[in-house]
Design a protein around this ligand. Structure first.
Ligand code: SAM
Length: 227
C-alpha cells in the first residue's frame, strides 16, 4: 500500500475509514486457527495472560451472572470465572473448541458450555447476557464492527460489553510499523493495525473506560455499558 493510501487511512473520517490495511476472509481465519489450535496455549498463553487476569478482575462477576465469551478458543479463560456464574463460550474453530471442551472436562468446569458459532451471526436472542466479553478476538475477525454490534445486541440493557484487544498505537512510528507488519501477522492469527477510534465510531460504542493492559501496555481493555 502506497504512502497516499496510508496517509488517507490515518487522516480520513473515523466513521468511514478502513480499520486496517489488511482484509481477511472468514475461511482464512478459520484455517489459521484450525492450524494453530495445538500450540495456541504455548504461543498466546503466558504473554497475553496478564490482560486476561485484569479483565476478569475488572469484570467482578457476581453470582448468577451469565457471561458470553466470544472467541473462547481453547478455553484459556474458563477456569478464571467464579463457579457460581454461568459461562457460554462460542468459537468458529472446531479444533479450538475441542481443546476448550477437554479443558472443561478435565477441570470439571460444569458452569461452562460451548457452541460452534460465527460471532457475526450470534444465534442468541436480543438482551440474553449480563456480560459479553471478547478477549483477543476483535482484531482476528474479518468484520470487527459487525461482531461488536452483535455483542451489543445480545447484551442486556445495563449489562456490559467488554473487549480486550490490541489496537494500532497512537505513536506514529509504532503505528507505522504495525501497519507495515499487519499483512504478515494475519498468517499467525491477527491484524496488528486495527484503528481504535474508527472501530469505536463505526461500531457506535461509547466506552465507560479504556485501560491499557499487559506488558508492555499495548493492549486495551474496553468496557461499554449498554443503555
Ligand atoms: C486469538 S484467539 C482468542 C482466544 C481466547 N479468547 C484467548 O483469550 O486467548 C481468537 C479466537 O477467535 C476465534 N474466531 C475468529 N473468528 C471468529 C468468528 N467470526 N466467530 C467466532 N470465533 C471466531 C478463533 O477461532 C480463535 O479461537
Amino acid at each position: 500500500m502506497g504512502l497516499f493510501n496510508e496517509e488517507t487511512q490515518r487522516s480520513g473520517d473515523a466513521a468511514t475509514r478502513a480499520l486496517s490495511v489488511t482484509t481477511v476472509e472468514i475461511d482464512f481465519v478459520e484455517k489459521v486457527y484450525q492450524g494453530i489450535a495445538s500450540v495456541y496455549d504455548y504461543t498466546y498463553g503466558p504473554t497475553l495472560h496478564p490482560g486476561r487476569l485484569e479483565a476478569i478482575e475488572k469484570m467482578a462477576v457476581r453470582p448468577g451472572t451469565h457471561v458470553l465469551e466470544v472467541g473462547v478458543g481453547t478455553g484459556i479463560n474458563l477456569s478464571l470465572y467464579p463457579r457460581n456464574c454461568r459461562v457460554t463460550g462460542i468459537d468458529l474453530s472446531s479444533k479450538m473448541l475441542e481443546k476448550a471442551q477437554a479443558r472443561i472436562d478435565e477441570k470439571g468446569l460444569h458452569h461452562c458450555d460451548l457452541a460452534a458459532m460465527d460471532a457475526t451471526q450470534l444465534k442468541f436472542a436480543d438482551n440474553s447476557f449480563d456480560v459479553v466479553y471478547a478477549p483477543y478476538v476483535i482484531s482476528v475477525v474479518p468484520e470487527p464492527v459487525k461482531v461488536a454490534r452483535e455483542m451489543y445486541r445480545v447484551c442486556r440493557p445495563g449489562g456490559r460489553v467488554i473487549i480486550l484487544n490490541h489496537f494500532k498505537s497512537a505513536n506514529p512510528i509504532v503505528g507505522r510499523i504495525e501497519r507495515a507488519i499487519s499483512p504478515m501477522t494475519v498468517h499467525i492469527g491477527f491484524t496488528a493495525d486495527l484503528d481504535l477510534p474508527a472501530f469505536l465510531k463505526q461500531a457506535d460504542l461509547n466506552p465507560v473506560s479504556i485501560e491499557k493492559v499487559n506488558i508492555p501496555k499495548m493492549w486495551s481493555l474496553i468496557t461499554v455499558v449498554k443503555d
